[in-house]
Design a protein around this ligand. Sequence first.
Ligand code: BES
Ligand code: MN
Ligand code: ZN
Length: 488
Amino acid sequence: MKVLSKDINEPDCECGALVLPCFEGEGIKFYEDIDRALDGVPSGIFESGEFRAKADGKSYVVQTFGKIKPARLLLLGLGKRDAFGRDRLRQAGGRAASALKGLGIKEGAVSTRLMADADLDPADFVEGALLSQYRFGAYRKEENGGRELEGLTVLTKEDLEARIGRAGIIAGAVKFARDLVNTPANDMTPLVLARTAMQFAGESVKVTVIEKDEAEKLGMGAYLSVARGSLEPPMFIVLSYLPVKDSAPVALIGKSITFDSGGISLKPSDGMEKMKYDMAGGAAVLGVIKAASEMKMPVNIIAVLPATENLPGGHATRPGDVARTVEGKTVEIINTDAEGRLVLADAIGYSKRFNPKAMVDIATLTGACSIALGNEAIAMMGNDEQLIGRMKAASDETAERVWQMPLYEEYGEYIKSDIADLKNTGGRSGSLVTAAYFLKEFAGKTPWVHLDIASTAWTDKDKPYIPKGATGIGVRLLLEFVRGVFAL
Ligand code: BES
Ligand code: MN
Ligand code: ZN
């Protein structure tokens, strides 16, 4: 979908439909000229109660019969002004784009008169519109669900080019992450992920892939213990985007298990097909590098993706085995299905070599995440309240919600091993937080935040700007977070 901005008057805009966003209870306000040109039909629709612009996402189509240039009006209900905000505008953009597509319209336009009045940024509307039109079509012979909306023109007197351009880059990065996550594990192996990362290698982004032999030399025993059961070679992927001189980077670490069968502690087969999304953290981190470099953001980022499959095999790690991590701590592996924290332990340990000012890991880490929060928020834990506060602020801007959970010292008892420094599970109770507590042992003194996206990286139902499947969560949140950290 192509997005343009134009400084022309709404009635003069040639298009299949002109979207007129409306607040509940404000009638046809902002569009009186259009109402007059249509002999009062739009205002009549409000007065009769036929359409009330409620927050239910419904819209109403009015034919214009050549009285103005747009062939139709799409009255878009936003609900009450007081309850409206940034994310509702993204949702409105998504709903509008989907409604236009549903009408079979190729070229739509949107009026920004209301947005200007309510101090809203049309770029958020555009972001929602772009994100809503995502489809994963790579495995279908025939396109499903109709053609994409081809163009959206934003009618404005402001200069929005730069902001619309940024929205396009951000939406592009989210869609890129969604594609990686939706791709089945037979086509999204650690090697394919590494090659995908290599595509970003260039002047501003450096990419290094640490293969098995080197990972052994580096002592990444926890990471390699997960890879043992698979014939797919593990790829420990490191990207650096360091445009700012003499400034410590932020390390973003994304769990990249391309398929999680559980290993010898095999998962039940019911729903196992979804475990292709166990690399959603890595996909998000790659999306951040893509967008940050395209936007030339003045921030320094190291991205680390410990990629491997977790399969049972003749050489697979057994419950009871002990692995040695990159910094020397040993881990007794009680359950081979708690593999995320193993690969992250080495990824976090390795990231410290870059002397990052902050580390963030993002991971589909625990089933307990959805028990605690359902599908409505990312579970957030960390060792630095200021950094946690920054993540919360980024969350408020992007509506990728985070909710903090505690890391009380007492949880340390849960993961004490009888024979090693730690064990990799702490039992059922508190398993969302004990998983994070395990990671905390590897973060040490470096400010660190952990994001558990197990219950938000995938959605089984369509949302206004997130179609079913991979959500691409984390891309927008982390971009905003990194921007905040460097805007100090
Ligand atoms: N990748 C899973 C967590 C997960 C579950 C993500 C469901 C998305 C949906 C993770 O590797 C895992 O298996 N965790 C186990 C840990 C347990 C064995 C301690 C869990 O949470 O059940
Ligand atoms: Mn697992
Ligand atoms: Zn996993």
